[in-house]
Design a protein around this ligand. Sequence first.
Ligand SMILES: [Zn+2]
Length: 402
Amino acid sequence: MDEMSLKEGISLVKRYNKMTPKERDQIKRQRFYAMVTFARKHNPLYAKLYQNLGVNFFMRDVPYVERDYLIANKKDWLSDEIIHMPVNEAINTVRSFSYDSDYARFLFHGSRYVIISSTDGALQQAAWSKSTSVLSVFLPIEEMVSRLNELRPAFLWAYPSTLEKLLEQKRSGILSISPVLIIAGGESLSDELRASLIDAFDSTVQATYSSAEFGIVASECQMGHLHVNDDWIIIEKADVNGKPCAEGDEPDKILITNMFKTDYPIIRMTLPDSVHIHDKMCPCGNPSPWISITSAKDDIIRFTADNGEDVSIHIDEFSSVLKDIKGLTGYQILIYTNNSISVRMEVEDDSAKGILFLQAEQIIRRFLKDKKITASTITLDADTPLRNEQSGKLKNVLDCRD
Ligand SMILES: [Zn+2]
């Protein structure tokens, strides 16, 4: 089957927007059924998983699957045979625009779409349509800037940590692009960075809940709420057995289904992040469900305070602690056992690294002291900040304890 054009994508989305709730449910059921049928026929992993599933089934009958299981069985999960469903990232692109005027400007500016992400591995390769340029997040900044200046995207998707680097380049006049829309995904976008990006690029800046693996799951509306692209993505609240939650019950798992990725199907898979699904309708008028990304387990770091008690610190709070040091262009704080810490630094001027480290050390000690924690040792790591080898995400704080 052929890939869908952007125009066809738009028309599908627009048609869905006009449907009654009953019609929407019906089309989602059809797409879900088609996806499951496809997966059990073409994908060895799902063929095994669904061997006891009858021909007629409801969504709740389809076994849920842990994401770790899919990753561990990647060989069976990723199909060699890539058959595209008649829909592609066009859908997600269209969904990302919460202002019609932005969308019109995007088309007017040539609809060029650039994603800066990890380009390693089959997952990422398979995720994007042909009409999109993908730049590796690992490119040296000079090369990334020169490629972007060539491509002049009207739509740019990147991690906030990458956007921060591009912001410096834009401010210094080396980067000359002015995308209509900048989408931040994969990491959390701070209000401060959002404001600086709007100011420097004169673009609409939106947060999304997205990853190379799932595509854009939810896009921000004008109220700042993340609406699920629910015509092609289903997010469910489930109990411990993967069955739908009774109303009012706290879910044990949140499951995600993507109804158009056939190369590595994601059907009722546990989400790695902690997501809250809101029951009330959003005042913006968009009937699609909206979600908030709540703290994932990994986002909390626990220290032992001086009085022996456990203290929890949210990673976001710790992440920004060194951001005001002048001359420090990037950093990563590594936490080891016994409150021992080391810091990776990227600096403008190498000869100032020693002095900047002393400042960083003082700030970290003060930050922890306010929480009644004494850092045992703080040392300077020889490396500069390193991105995660697979996802390309950059975390300012890494928990390196076992
Ligand atoms: Zn809304």
